[in-house]
Design a protein around this ligand. Sequence first.
Ligand code: PEP
Length: 257
Amino acid sequence: REGRRPLIAGNWKMHMTHLEAIGLVQKLVFSLTEKQLDDAEVVVLPPFTALRSVQTLVTGDQLAVGYGAQDLSAHDSGAYTGEVSGAMLSALACGFVVVGHSERRALHGEDDAEVAAKVQAALRHGLTPILCVGEGLDVRRAGGHVAHCTAQLDAALEGVPAEQVERIVLAYEPVWAIGTGEVATPEDAQEVCGALRSRLAQRFSPATAAVVRILYGGSVKSASTAGILAGPDVDGALVGGASLDADEFAQICRIAA
Ligand code: PEP
């Protein structure tokens, strides 16, 4: 995959208290060798309430695991009760933040404009957005998945300067595969990841497209990892359910390394 370092990110969703998070991260890290953690980038995405605890575990670089949040506000500060800003995440030394997850789009009404504003907020605060795109089952059945995902990508990158695009990580997450146990085939994953990369090449440059990492997400387990990662444009995985089990997640990371 042209020198792109594989990235495995665990989206814990609304699971794990900060105490449980400490146990999970410790177990994960001690299951992986230094070499594996070097060969693949491993990132955990706990709920906001566990970020500080995870930070205290991984700071000092003894444990080479990255971490980040599952969402952020498009605003930098102000009267936005319940929201968390990019500045706050950056102060916790988060490296990553998920933007535009399908659960946020569907359950919290996030539209393309809000997703685009959040991508910019993340970049403004030095965070790497993990920008999620993906089609629902109706779109997939009608054969519109590539057009749908490239349109979501275009909308989310509206106004992002070309030189910043390289900092973004994309995640192709077909909605019908998330939390359903129905993983996409390696061909399905490659088709859309490849199309997203071509779109970046067309809109920005081939050089930019060549460095952006594109993940697949949707019911990834250790048994399906090798097949999914075989696609030349699939640079890693965004893992939900399977990231809550340290042994299973570590196995996925080993396969990617
Ligand atoms: C996700 O929530 O990003 C995800 C991919 O979930 P799961 O692996 O459980 O399908």
